[in-house]
Design a protein around this ligand. Structure first.
Ligand SMILES: C[S@@+](CC[C@H](N)C(=O)[O-])C[C@H]1O[C@@H](n2cnc3c(N)ncnc32)[C@H](O)[C@@H]1O
Length: 238
């Protein structure tokens, strides 16, 4: 068994190498959805901020925050951003389920391959937090794993051996239904794009009907964060 600490140090460089090689280029597809007028952008579960850096290159007017629970991932991202001269990306250590930002702070919140990793309750909190920090009518852009249209033994084996059971909750209509329950208006859901690693793309508008909760930032803290947690560990307590 590889110790968690070692996994932490390997994960960032592995993702940096793997992300540009994903079939169908899911990160690039998501980055292309960010518009010219989207100047305040947040990536949650950002890892090394690979997606945030793609957006920074394409949108010179945007200020981008990349938030993750793992200091090791963030350290890799900071080094890469500095080497690439991308000083408009700010790396933030934090929990997607308790965002350290004020209400209505962003035009766009993005998540790439993060929401399947976090347990059900934290995912619901993260979706609620995305709604809160987005301006009314702001967009939540998501790319995440999806099931292939026809049953695949390879996919089933991958889900059984690599992912935690709650990861299954995002495939199919799982994630779009969760967004709709939180009041998001799902403008576009492109399911099962590309084989052999199918992914889904979601473009959803934030609720404008007052369902968003006010910030309780003063009662929240990230100081108890476990360094580089297993993605499915219980998040930081409020
Ligand atoms: C599979 S990685 C994806 C990283 C990145 N978005 C990418 O596409 O390369 C999932 C990331 O989610 C982060 N994560 C897990 N739970 C989190 C939470 N509650 N808040 C913030 N980040 C979290 C992990 O630390 C990890 O970096």
């Amino acid at each position: 068994m590889i110790p968690n600490r070692v996994k932490c140090f390997l994960a960032g460089p592995v993702l940096e190498a793997a992300n540009p090689r994903f079939p169908g280029r899911p990160h690039q597809r998501l980055a292309d959805l960010v518009g010219e007028g989207d100047t305040r952008v947040l990536e949650i579960c950002a890892g090394t901020g690979y997606l945030a850096r793609l957006v920074a290159r394409q949108r010179p007017g945007a200020e981008i925050h990349a938030l993750d629970l793992s200091p090791e991932m963030l350290a890799v991202g900071r080094r890469r951003a500095a080497a690439e001269g991308l000083d408009r990306v700010t790396f933030v250590h934090g929990d997607a389920g308790a965002l350290p930002f004020a209400d209505d702070s962003f035009d766009v919140v993005m998540a790439s391959y993060g929401l399947h990793e976090i347990p059900t309750g934290v995912r619901a909190a993260a979706i609620g937090e995305a709604a809160r920090v987005l301006r009314p009518g702001g967009r939540l852009l998501v790319v995440d794993i999806d099931a292939p249209p026809r049953r695949s033994r390879l996919f089933d084996a991958y889900m059984r051996m690599v992912e935690k059971p709650h990861a299954r909750e995002v495939v199919g209509r799982g994630l779009v239904d969760a967004l709709a329950r939180a009041g998001f208006d799902v403008a576009e859901h492109r399911s099962a794009q590309t084989r052999p690693l199918p992914f889904q793309l979601i473009d959803a508008r934030s609720p404008t009907d007052g369902r968003r909760t006010r910030s309780q930032l003063e009662t929240r803290s990230i100081t108890n964060a476990t360094p580089c947690p297993e993605p499915t560990q219980t998040p930081i307590a409020p």
